[in-house]
Design a protein around this ligand. Structure first.
Ligand SMILES: O=C(CO)[C@H](O)[C@H](O)[C@H](O)CO
Ligand SMILES: [Mn+2]
Length: 298
């Protein structure tokens, strides 16, 4: 397994320049930097190549995350929005191919975060999204990108709240590049048992986000990391583990993620860095097993 972190741990806006985090995460002991596709919307080819070179030079793997806005919604009942969304994803996927990025995840079958002042048509949105994710998933496959559908908690999304729903959706889409993405923060809210959910995902699991019950760094909350690691090993998961901590309020990130207090306890940037370094060392240790009493027979 490779270990990474989402740049937004240090930032308040999704679209900011993220190149500077490549050397930093390397230094802190990570293999991966996850960037936001928000920064790829208006990027030049030259900048793309520079970003790729910087990752290569530092021995860092890049992955990509994204929370699409309501104009990029593949589940929309408005054909103009769907057309725009398909064009948007096609452009982004071509850029990911240039960047040698093979993993793209998030609520990329709907929009995020959902506006619940509007009425919800889950059945209709599901059918439209299956059809349109199939279209975009084929493009992803041609670009060598796994298109990973993140299971989100009910307050942020309504289409895929559990691994079971995501598995059915992925089976309906039936395109090899379209995979399940799980995030321990969301699983802790929605799944009866997050270990069983990982086992259920099995070889369809394409990407894995880790964060505590309150989105602090792994090791600072109450999630069962030993058991999570054992479940990942049991399904033979050998892809990416990307931590997605959110601890500072403010800006677009703070408002989308709903951080209304300082979960970092006033940490300086230096302290944030040290915490991330300790957390990835901790995760590498607990996920390497065999440290858990989660039995393989379960
Ligand atoms: O877990 C998430 C949202 O709660 C997502 O992974 C990202 O934050 C989202 O895609 C924005 O990039
Ligand atoms: Mn996530």
């Amino acid at each position: 397994m490779k270990y990474g972190i989402y740049f937004a741990y240090w930032e308040q806006e999704w679209g900011v320049e993220q190149k500077k985090y490549i050397a930093k995460v390397k230094e802190l002991g990570f293999d991966i930097l996850e960037i936001s596709c928000a920064m790829l919307k208006n990027i030049s080819n030259q900048e793309l190549l520079e970003l790729k070179k910087m990752a290569d030079d530092n021995g860092i793997i890049l992955t990509a995350g994204y929370g699409p806005n309501d104009q990029e919604n593949l589940a929309s009942d408005n054909p103009e929005i769907v057309k725009h969304a398909i064009n948007f994803y096609t452009d982004i996927l071509k850029k990911l191919e240039i960047l040698n990025i093979h993993t793209f995840g998030g609520g990329i079958y709907s929009y995020w975060p959902v506006d619940y002042s509007k009425s919800i048509d889950k059945v209709g949105d599901w059918d439209r999204s299956v059809k349109n994710v199939r279209t975009v998933g084929k493009v992803a496959g041609n670009c060598g990108v796994d298109y990973c559908l993140e299971v989100l908690n009910r307050f942020e999304g309504y289409l895929l709240n559990t691994c079971m729903e995501c598995k059915s959706f992925v089976e309906e889409v039936d395109i090899p590049a379209v995979k399940i993405m799980l995030d321990t923060f969301h699983m802790n809210i929605e799944e009866d048992n997050m270990i069983d959910a990982i086992i259920l995902a099995g070889d369809k699991l394409g990407h894995f986000h880790v964060g505590e019950n309150n989105r602090r760094l792994p090791g600072k909350g109450n999630l069962p990391w030993y058991e999570i690691g054992a479940a990942l090993r049991k399904i033979g998961y050998d892809k990416n583990i990307v931590m997605e901590p959110f601890v500072k309020s403010g800006g677009g990130v703070g408002s989308d993620i709903k951080i209304w207090r300082d979960l970092s306890k006033g940490a300086t940037i230096q302290r944030l860095d040290e915490d991330a370094k300790s957390s990835v060392a901790y995760l590498r240790y607990v996920f390497s097993g065999p440290n858990s009493d989660y039995s393989a027979e379960k």
